[in-house]
Design a protein. Structure first.
Length: 118
């Protein structure tokens, strides 16, 4: 059974930092592109960042470029997202996603809440 378990969310003041983690189990972690998405109340879920299976390529939404950094440790089956200079508009539930590089297998975590006070 595949599980993606996010942690690290919380309440932070604007300008502060948080580090999200997503621990994966039940899958061959190194075969998956890992990503972070977020969804604020009343809004569509949106892409935030992704990192490919070989750690050779990353991608970011324009709104977080220069502030967020995605990384992964294939030995620990974990993906991270360092979030710096947080803004009130970053407040959302953040979801971890695993997307197989060569098939339709795609999995989601349960989400972790990030709140940013102004």
């Amino acid at each position: 059974q595949v599980q993606l378990v996010e942690s690290g969310g919380g309440l932070v003041q604007a300008g502060g930092s948080l580090r999200l983690s997503c621990a994966a189990s039940g899958l061959t972690f190194s075969s998956f592109c890992m990503g972070w998405f977020r969804q604020a109340p009343g809004k569509e879920r949106e892409f935030v960042a992704a990192i490919n299976w070989s750690v050779s390529s990353t991608a970011y939404a324009d709104s977080v470029k220069g502030r967020f950094t995605i990384s992964r440790d294939n030995a620990k089956n974990t993906v991270y997202q360092q979030m710096n200079n947080l803004k009130p508009e970053d407040a959302s539930v953040y979801y971890c996603n695993a997307d197989h590089f060569d098939s339709d297998y795609n999995y989601w975590g349960q989400g972790t809440q990030v709140s940013v006070s102004s």
